[in-house]
Design a protein around this ligand. Structure first.
Ligand code: 2DT
Ligand code: MG
Length: 238
């Protein structure tokens, strides 16, 4: 019990385009971690259950129209309203696996043409993830996977722009920060990926203090290569 209090949970974020497999990887990871006796919860943003979340949902389903800046700030407000609960959970030892976070916020809004620094600003001060894993899938391949729903952003042309803006985030800072290299190929539901993620969740479970998001931390994310490339590397070095 005493030990449990000292080790906080890990904040793990999965990011990617619509239909990249985030939701299924998130739930698989949570079950996997629970199976190992870890306390883990699946979270997602937007959290549509709150008042702010309902405004976001109305916007996404085209039931309402909002200025691009306004919806951007609502997405951020939706994270802010959950910040203290996240902190409580993490400090009490629960690992949070989060389906989308600040990176979606910045990538989707900047893909509409909003200034990227303006987009990042309201994220400053949110809890910094221990790991951001980007599920790398091409927009074309994502579109092939059973098609999109009817929501506002679920269109190939826009998803292509979002992919470019995720890449801008990646090139600007994600690469340069020392972080775990995580290998995900969302194209296949590879058990290797799960094991890698679970390992990282465990590793980040203890010791490190919670940090707040700031300009640099917003860039923290794993560098992506496919699981196949990872196996090749491992084979080559053995
Ligand atoms: P889901 O399909 O995952 O429910 O997301 N989005 C999400 C933003 O534009 N900004 C954000 O901050 C977040 C968290 C991504 C619904 C859509 O909302 C977009 C897809
Ligand atoms: Mg969606």
């Amino acid at each position: 019990e005493g030990n449990k209090k000292e080790s906080r949970g890990a904040l793990i974020v999965l990011e990617g385009l619509d239909r990249s497999g985030k939701s299924s990887q998130c739930s698989r990871l949570v079950s996997y971690l629970e199976g190992e006796g870890l306390s883990a919860e699946l979270w997602r943003f937007p959290d549509r259950t709150t008042n702010v979340g309902q405004m976001i949902s109305a916007y996404l389903t085209n039931a309402s129209q909002l200025d691009d800046h306004t919806i951007h700030l609502l997405f951020s407000a939706n994270r802010w309203e959950k910040r203290s609960l996240m902190e409580t959970k993490l400090k009490s030892g629960t690992t949070l696996i989060v389906d989308r976070y600040s990176y979606s916020g910045v990538a989707f809004s900047s893909a509409k043409g909003l200034d990227i620094d303006w987009c990042k600003a309201p994220e400053n001060g949110l809890l910094a993830p221990d790991l951001v894993a980007y599920l790398d899938i091409s927009p074309d391949k994502a579109a092939e996977r059973g098609g999109y729903g009817d929501e506002r952003y679920e269109k190939l042309e826009f998803q292509q722009k979002v992919a470019e803006h995720y890449k801008v985030l990646h090139d600007a800072s994600w690469k340069s920060i020392v972080h775990d290299v995580i290998d995900i190929n969302s194209g296949d539901n590879d058990d290797d990926n799960l094991a890698v993620l679970a390992e990282i969740a465990h590793k980040h479970d203890k010791g490190k203090a919670l940090e707040a998001v700031h300009e640099d931390v917003l860039g923290k994310a794993g560098v992506l290569t496919s699981a196949r490339a990872r196996r090749k590397r491992a084979a080559a070095s053995s």
